[in-house]
Design a protein. Structure first.
Length: 173
């Protein structure tokens, strides 16, 4: 692909959150993020993204100490430590609004998902041209066997059934 831009995993990350709290922050520099986008005339023409995030390694996640029990309980860190996503298609609506479809695997359960993909823009840092994107989407945690029934310690509020995934991705040319 002549206009392909590669993902810069050192500048990319994934955030997993519920309505009431941050569940986990997974920095890309410690996880396996791969992907590319095709850009022509300053517009995104195609995208392919694949990542696997290891939730088993404490070095790979940043969570508040009092949130560790929630993260451990929600994700089966020992039996199925990988969260995986592999895109299957990219749909361009206009310059900034796009959809990325693919398969998400959590706890060895794979489901087809669709994420909103927003093109943030270009920047030039230290002579390296970068393109930034934010990919967001909600999943029903029960669809992936993420059953967390313990009430939140601080406010005794149960965790929402929806979990939001936010990927902040930078690509270099």
């Amino acid at each position: 692909m002549e206009n392909a831009w590669a993902i810069d995993s050192n500048e990319s990350d994934v955030i997993i959150k519920s309505r009431h709290s941050l569940i986990g922050y997974l920095p890309g520099n410690k996880n396996n993020l791969k992907g590319h986008v095709a850009i022509q005339n300053n517009e995104v023409e195609d995208a392919s993204i694949e990542f696997s995030l290891n939730v088993n390694d404490k070095k790979n996640i940043s969570i508040e100490k009092n949130k560790e029990a929630k993260f451990t309980d929600l994700f089966d860190k020992d039996e199925a430590p990988l969260i995986k996503f592999k895109s299957t298609s990219f749909e361009k609506i206009n310059k900034n609004i796009n959809f990325l479809k693919g398969f998400l695997t959590i706890k060895n359960i794979t489901k087809a998902v669709e994420f909103d993909t927003e093109f943030i823009g270009f920047n030039n840092y230290n002579g390296v041209q970068k393109a930034s994107f934010e990919i967001t989407g909600n999943i029903n945690r029960k669809d992936f066997g993420l059953n967390y029934n313990v009430l939140r310690q601080n406010k005794n509020v149960p965790i929402s059934k929806d979990i939001k995934l936010i990927a902040n991705l930078e690509f270099t040319h």
